[in-house]
Design a protein around this ligand. Sequence first.
Ligand code: PMP
Length: 386
Amino acid sequence: QATPSSWAKTQNSLAEVKDDLERVVNLDHGDPTMYEHYWENMGERTTIVIRGWQSMSYFSDIKNICWFLEPELAKQVVRLHKVVRNAETEGRHIVVGTGSSQLFLAALFALSPKEATEPISVVSAAPYYSSYPTMTDYQKSALHKWAGDSRIFNQMGPYIELVTSPNNPDGFIRHSCVNRSGGAIIHDLAYYWPQYTPMTFPADNDLSLFTVSKSTGHAGMRIGWALVKDPEVAKKMTKFIELNTIGVSKDSQLRAAKVLEVVADSCVQSGGSEFRESFFEFSYRLMAERWQQLRETVNNSNGIFSLPEFSPAFCQFHGRDLEPQPAFAWLRCRDDIEDCESYLRGFKILTRGGKHFGASTKYVRVSMLDRDENFRVFLKRLSAIR
Ligand code: PMP
């Protein structure tokens, strides 16, 4: 028999079903909101207080090449790389940026010859991160120009190659693929963290870019860092940021330093007497769950969808063989579906189509980093497509 409370429950679940059916699931951007839960549970551990008279000067460390780098952030960056074992920091200069996006532009500026008659070619293997072409060309710089897929690049002369590893959008580990000397490489390691891929070796490159956006999920803090071997390159990158924004928000740097410290602490303390899951165990587990659910759904799609397959490798951080579980799913539609992005839009699922990445429209990139609720509705919607 219906009671007021059972009636209210039915109404609520009807409202939920209606919401599930009507909601537009936007998985176009890689907004890392899935990490909010972890940080909420960490409570006040990452809280810092900045008083009105603090962080006022432009300068942070005038003896450092990167004079606006907060020493505490530099310390925590080095510590976290040591704990995670994902990058060599010895003999590197750290340059901080407003996200790794600013550092990408700073690196292009630093690596482009200033006296050349022609802009230097900038290439990356397709499918490449969709922002590279526009970021390289939007100011119509005389210094550099986008020259497309590095796998088919055959022009003579100097070039800059962008190597994103694991790759955005498809999640594979990448190496340089222009098969000649005379090039400079920017390694974009935004996703070289233990929740996404096994930590097989510490990256030992001339110029690597990292960001809190994808490592801890604090995209809104807008903090990234570059590890740079050549002091002259570090100086030019610093000059670019000086001309661009006269440094990087100290408030954000201090907040980032605190978050990185808490992440490193969580790794060192996990498994101890007072057991607490480390940030990377938590995020690894969540990504593993999501990938398992997505693979199940795709396997039941009667061949409409398919996903890339990855080989396991030994992870130095987790201490066992693990499979990659990228931040994005590079989803392929069956051959008779020409445009996977519009096909999914028909089911109110927003993704980014392959053409943005220099690839076929049969592919879309789907963010795996959204909130639980959005991901749940995405799976439900996908499993209803037959
Ligand atoms: N590089 C890659 C490969 C990315 O996916 C992103 C973020 N989508 C960035 C750089 C930019 O990150 P940030 O927020 O640090 O500017």
